[in-house]
Design a protein around this ligand. Structure first.
Ligand code: AGP
Length: 610
């Protein structure tokens, strides 16, 4: 989604802002801009398109711009089309701001502000917030009081970076339901919507909490509440290496992140096990009670939701607890009638997904115990849930989620074993055997799969011109098919759909004609014969069949056009190498089609609007 960067200090702010915006590119955007205080007042430049377009504009208009205070933004359009006018920052001449989130009552605010003499130059919701701050600032002459007064009148979500033209060297920020961090080092102080934008400058930062207002100057950051009282903030340190957020020699972040999967699984197993038994730091969770939960409700979006589907299987199989999986954005329309002791699990890589956060809040209002599986430490979902288990994927930059999915599967597997062991469904020895298989066999199997990237590229060459691709599977493989299909369409723009293999003949098989690719995922030996029958059905209609199946499954080559054999593993762990394989298939298809692999069109890494 949109990105925010801000700097005030002794260095030139312009290159810092531009470089910061580049670090935020991965979140997805359609326009970019900066406002920088120069010798002749605030220069505000913005443009539709890429950051390079903004740079060209700056170079043409203000080639020698030196500034010591500025804000920058990458916008992902919500209110108003992507355009120069709608790009941020927005300003009144006195107040300039960048905004992430949505101001829900912007229409009524605009009417009021117009009556007060304000005019609007964009279709955005943001401009109403900027004018409102301007209005209160002219009245109160104090930035913090003006921001607090404006924020009290806003509804929706926001992270705001704000400059006042008559406050040289000062930068202000506030947030509500949209993340924002602040940091300072010897040369000056920064704000950013995401710490990755600040890693070139510092690894120490503070996270603004709901409703807090930050005041920054060259000497540091001060945070206060809406009533002006000062808050002592805990300084956090980034735990992962800054190189982890860079491409490190790979052509794309997506490829790099797929290659990091074996290590990410190992790290996650290391952090969630002791003595070959699952052990979590989710200390506020009463495991004794949770392992007897009548029902578990998993809620998430996109890839995280697909991980939840596999997790449901693990939990039901190993812990015997009925589990349901719901898409977060739909959760409020069919909220569960929770029984006493039901557990709500939110899964989120970013921990900032608005729909997942809203579902978590609803679950809490229904008095459900909540646990979140989150990758980003300290994110909103992790802070608002009763307990959290962190997945240890490290930073995931590519919009397409890859390694985060594998570590979500890893944690769900361990969680299922933990619950099963605790409620007596599994013996200690069974639990240890399951964990040992994950710890020792899964990472090398995923590595072996990734090492066959070129073989998978040749398969991608065969499907890259297709208009439609179908993914089929049975049981757990159907859940994998859903994720495989999402990955392919997300990064290659090839239309694709996933079906339970037995369901095709109830309608969709009418779409199978000569040469239409069908990717059959068959990791279960028990379901293999039934899969073979389904593959024969589509072959008979001319489909070009790619089969992903177990290493020792009998004679897939006689049935499919192309076979990708997966490394041998216990069946429950087969989703891990299978996922690496279909992620690589999507990756290569994207590269072959010349798509923007890491930043697919219209998509954002972290979807912070509902
Ligand atoms: C996956 O490739 C997507 N980019 C998307 O489906 C993502 O998984 C979804 O938006 C949820 O994000 P989260 O895990 O950060 O909550």
């Amino acid at each position: 989604m949109c990105g925010i960067i801000g700097y005030t200090g002794r260095k030139n702010a312009v290159p810092i802002l531009l470089e910061g915006l580049r670090c935020l590119e991965y979140r997805g955007y359609d326009s970019a801009g900066i406002a920088a205080a120069g010798a002749d007042g605030i220069v505000c430049m913005k443009s539709k398109g890429r950051i390079s377009d903004l740079e060209a504009l700056l170079e043409a208009r203000y080639p020698k711009l030196i500034s010591h205070t500025g804000i920058g933004h990458t916008r992902w359009a919500t209110h108003g089309a992507p355009s120069d006018e709608n790009a941020h920052p927005h300003g009144t001449g006195l107040v300039f701001a960048v905004h992430n989130g949505i101001i829900e009552n912007y229409a009524e605010l605009r009417v009021r502000l117009k009556a007060l003499g304000y005019s609007f130059h964009s279709d955005t919701d943001t401009e109403a917030a900027v004018c409102l701050i301007d209005y209160h600032y002219r009245r109160l002459r104090d930035p913090v009081s003006a921001i607090a007064a404006a924020v009290r009148e806003l509804r929706g979500s926001w992270a705001l970076g704000i400059l006042f033209a008559d406050r040289e060297g000062e930068l202000y920020a506030t947030r509500h339901e949209s993340p924002l961090v602040a940091a300072s080092e010897d040369s000056g102080s920064y704000i950013a919507s995401d710490i990755t934008a600040l890693l070139d400058h510092t690894d120490r930062y503070i996270r603004l909490d709901e409703g807090e207002i930050a005041f920054l100057n060259a000497d540091g950051v001060r945070v206060c509440r809406m009533d002006g009282s000062v808050v002592e903030k805990e300084v956090q340190t980034v735990t992962w290496n800054r190189d982890a957020a860079r491409r490190g020699g790979f052509a794309h972040f997506m490829l790099k992140e797929i290659h990091e999967e074996p290590e990410a699984i190992l790290r996650t197993v290391g952090s969630c096990t002791r003595g070959m038994l699952p052990e979590f730091d989710a200390d506020r969770l009463d495991w004794e009670a949770v392992c007897h939960a009548p029902h578990i409700h998993i809620v998430a979006c996109g890839t995280a939701m697909h991980a939840g589907l596999v997790g449901k299987r693990f939990i039901e199989q190993y812990a015997g607890i009925p589990t349901s999986v719901e898409i977060a954005s739909e959760f409020r329309y069919s909220p569960p009638i929770p029984a006493k002791g039901d557990l709500f699990i939110a899964i989120s890589q970013s921990g900032e997904t608005a729909d997942t956060l809203a579902a978590l809040r609803l679950a809490k209002s229904l008095a459900m115990d909540s646990l979140s599986l989150v990758n980003v430490v300290g994110s909103s979902v992790s802070r608002e849930s009763d307990s959290v288990i962190y997945t240890c994927a490290g930073p995931e930059i590519a919009v397409a989620s890859t390694k985060a999915y594998l570590v979500q599967l890893t944690v769900l597997y361990l969680l299922a074993v933990r619950l099963g062991f605790a409620n007596g469904n599994l013996s200690e020895q069974e639990a240890q055997t399951l964990v040992a298989a994950l710890a020792s066999d899964a990472p090398p199997a995923v590595s072996r799969m990734i090492a066959r990237s070129q073989e998978i590229r040749t398969v991608a060459e065969k499907i890259q011109k297709a208009e439609d691709v179908f993914f089929i599977g049975r049981g757990m493989d159907y859940f994998l098919a859903e994720e495989a299909s999402l990955k392919l369409k997300e990064v290659s723009y090839i239309h694709s759909e996933a079906y339970p293999a037995g369901e095709l003949k109830h309608g969709t098989i009418s779409l199978i004609t000569d040469g239409v690719p069908v990717v059959a995922i068959a990791t279960s030996r028990a379901l293999y014969d039934k899969m073979i029958s389904n593959i024969r059905e589509v072959r008979a209609r001319g489909a070009f069949v790619v089969m992903l199946c177990g290493e020792d499954f009998p004679e897939p080559e006689t049935i499919a056009n192309t076979v990708i054999r997966l490394p041998a593993l216990p069946e429950a762990l087969m989703p891990l190498p299978a996922a690496a394989a279909f992620q690589l298939l999507a990756y290569h298809a994207s590269v072959l089609r010349g798509c923007d692999v890491d930043k697919p069109r219209n998509l954002a890494k972290s979807v912070t609007v509902e």
